[in-house]
Ligand binder design. Sequence first.
Ligand code: PLP
Length: 370
Amino acid sequence: MNYSSLLRPEIQGFSPYTPGLSIDEIRAKYNLQRVIKLASNENPLGVSPLVRQELVRHAGGVFRYPRSSSPELRTALAAHLGVPEEWIVAGNGSDEIIDLLIRVAAVPGRDHILIFEPSFSMYRLLAKLSGVEIRTIPLGAEFHFPWNRLLQAATEQTALVFVTTPDNPTGFAPPVQELERVAQELPSRALLVVDEAYMDFAAPMDQYSLMSRLHDFPNVVVLRTFSKLYGLAGLRLGYGVMPPWLADALIRVKPPFSVNILAEIAGLAALRDGYFVQASLECVHAGRAWLTRELSRLGCRVFPSQANFLLFKPDHAVLSSLDIFQNLLQRGVIIRPLKSYGMEDYLRVTIGTEEDNEVFVQELEALLHG
Ligand SMILES: *Cc1c(COP(=O)(O)O)cnc(C)c1O
């Protein structure tokens, strides 16, 4: 019996999301004492002490189901963002919101989604899982967004357009006016989904984010996450801000308890800990400037980034980028190769603590010039 024939055709050759490697895995494999991970754009300072304290305080409550649809978190986010709470949907990571948007808005066999190539792989994976066609537009020079080509590709069957800004894995963020123009010029039924997972790190944010302008755009969804700046990647908490008719649809179909009880507690505490957020931002901004200088000094081509990571291209006569990644692993430094994005010549490094950044530069320098 060929069991795989029992699966839906789109699932038979499905390859999973490629995550960053874990510290434990590398420590065991190479028998290392010290391993640092700069691969998944996590918060360099870890988790807020206030969040930790709240998690401990509420640990005894986990035998209860959470309230459906995270009402307290939605209220807190509404106040934090200055938007009505009816516009907000919380999810099990923003991944869940991406999945719900595709399933609610795109008809398999009829509609398609539009994405840039390369882009964050979850859009493609989740559309594929839903049996929805994916159309891609190659990024332009310097990985900038070729808006006119995107607009030309959009039709009445374009259900959703996914754009990441600041972009992953490049760090590029276009001026917000460009997004406004695209939102206006897309066919009227196409939803523009702007994934702002890294927007917290952009400065000044208002120059790049559509969040404060959503009132003017009935076809725009903004996604945010607690996984990056707020240091909650392991708890899975993200959200979308969207027109209320769409938020209502997502909430009606979504699994009622997908945001777990501790994730909501942690999210509420994370929003209250302004001190931790400020410290995290200072760490990332200072580290980003320092690493940009150091990577340039080592002869790498570094791309300007508004995010908490840097895209760079090493320039070495013998070692390929993949070799460099592999060699760094053996030296206990995990960064991100970009083969899964089709960008084999490039590497991505997350901004870490001052100490982690220094170790990374030291090991890279030894490798390239040692
Ligand atoms: C990290 C990331 C997210 C966040 O995903 P979660 O499911 O909220 O952890 C979303 N979009 C992009 C482009 C990301 O890099």
